[in-house]
Design a protein around this ligand. Structure first.
Ligand SMILES: Nc1nc2c(ncn2[C@@H]2O[C@H](COP(=O)(O)OP(=O)(O)OP(=O)(O)O)[C@@H](O)[C@H]2O)c(=O)[nH]1
Ligand SMILES: [Zn+2]
Length: 363
């Protein structure tokens, strides 16, 4: 019998530690590293890392490196060498684009090349999955297991964790209950919880859609600002209400409410992106400056949930070709695309035009 956490649980712990600013240890075949998320680093912990000696680096994505004119020798990421006297403000300025325009010169930044960047890649995946800025300080450790044990840190086997993090965590139904809605009294809300301690996702089922015919379906990504606050910067609120209204009118449908706020980067990072948009960058450029891809969502979750609920074919309400492609790739046939063009305002016209021009959204 063992009460020790398994791999999934240890990854969840590592993610929570990084969010709290607690370092974790990654151990791979080629060595071990101490990892701290840049966003939650504090001056004392940085000084402690520097006092250990060695050559700490700041891992950033190639997207962020491109903005900073740092060389990304590892393809998708750069290992920027910390200057010996680097302060916390230097780490934050490299990680966070908030002041890029005020302080354009942070360099010259020197990147490491050669050697293995596997631990750095995993560190970035972990901080991203913790919804933090994609930047992490790493320091090679000669004895990772011993260091973790001495300091009570979470240690993660990188070779096992890396492939695990690419998989969609299995989702389990928690509860479902009747939920009369203004669009239909025959509403039902289902709550699903992933095994990996991540965000719960919801399904709103309207009526009793047949399982043997294409169901009117919407994959809606959480947008606190648009769904709840009535933000004029996007079209999410009108799309949410419009989709439910159509399901109510037809008497059947399923709306998945996926907690992938900000196209998967989290609300704090979305607000960082909004600040950058106020400095003149469009929605895609803002994501890139922050070090993210245009869209960090995983639509496999949506396909999994539909399958779990017994659906295999959808009439998908979307203008996003990536959603259509992902459904088909993950075993859900798209019998029809139902356009959902609602909620254009003076404030979101440019945003919608960017999505059409750069992300292929259909008008
Ligand atoms: N990162 C980022 N996310 C945004 C921005 N504006 C809106 N979002 C998020 O984008 C998501 C909107 O996704 P969806 O409603 O699925 O829209 P879509 O991918 O354009 O596809 P369809 O609406 O289906 O055509 C929500 O998670 C919002 O929080 C932005 O400027 N930056
Ligand atoms: Zn929105």
């Amino acid at each position: 019998m063992s009460f020790a956490p398994d791999l999934t649980e240890t990854i969840a712990r590592a993610r929570a530690d990084l969010r709290m600013g607690v370092p974790v240890v990654l151990r791979g075949a080629g060595g071990a590293a101490l990892v701290l998320a840049a966003e939650t680093l504090d001056a004392q912990r940085l000084a402690d890392v520097q006092a250990l000696g060695g050559a700490p680096v700041l891992a950033i994505t190639a997207r962020r490196a491109a903005t900073l004119k740092a060389r990304a020798y590892d393809g998708d990421l750069a290992r920027v060498v910390l200057p010996p006297d680097a302060r916390l403000s230097w780490v934050l300025a490299v990680a966070d684009p908030a002041d890029d325009l005020k302080m354009p010169m942070k360099g010259p930044l020197i990147s490491d090349r050669g050697g293995d960047a596997g631990l750095h890649r995993l560190a970035l995946t972990l901080v991203k999955s913790a919804r933090l800025l994609p930047a992490a300080v790493l320091l090679d450790l000669p004895d990772g297991a011993g260091f973790a044990a001495r300091h009570g840190l979470t240690a993660l086997d990188a070779d096992a964790a890396a492939p695990h993090l690419l998989e969609v965590s299995p989702m389990h139904p928690v509860v479902s209950a009747r939920l009369p809605l203004s669009v239909s009294e025959a509403g039902r809300l289902h709550v699903f919880r992933p095994e990996d301690g991540g965000e719960e996702h919801y399904a709103v089922e309207i009526g009793q859609p047949r399982r043997d015919a294409p169901v009117l379906a919407r994959l809606h990504s959480a947008c606190f600002t648009g769904d709840l606050l009535g933000s004029l910067k996007c079209d999410c609120g009108p799309q949410l209400r419009g989709a439910l209204a159509q399901m109510g009118a037809e008497g059947a449908g399923v709306l998945l409410y996926l907690n992938q706020e900000g196209r998967g980067i989290g609300l704090a990072n979305k607000m960082r992106a909004y600040s950058l948009q106020d400095q003149g960058f469009d929605t895609v450029e803002a994501n890139h400056r922050l070090g993210f891809e245009d869209d960090e969502r995983d639509f496999r979750i949506g396909a999994d949930l539909l399958r779990r609920m017994g659906f295999s074919s959808v009439r998908l309400m979307t203008n996003n070709p990536a959603k259509l492609a992902m459904m088909a790739q993950n075993g859900i046939a798209v019998a029809e695309r139902v356009p959902l063009r609602l909620g254009e305002t003076d404030h979101n016209r440019a945003y919608l035009a960017t999505k059409a021009a750069k992300s292929g959204h259909m008008l």
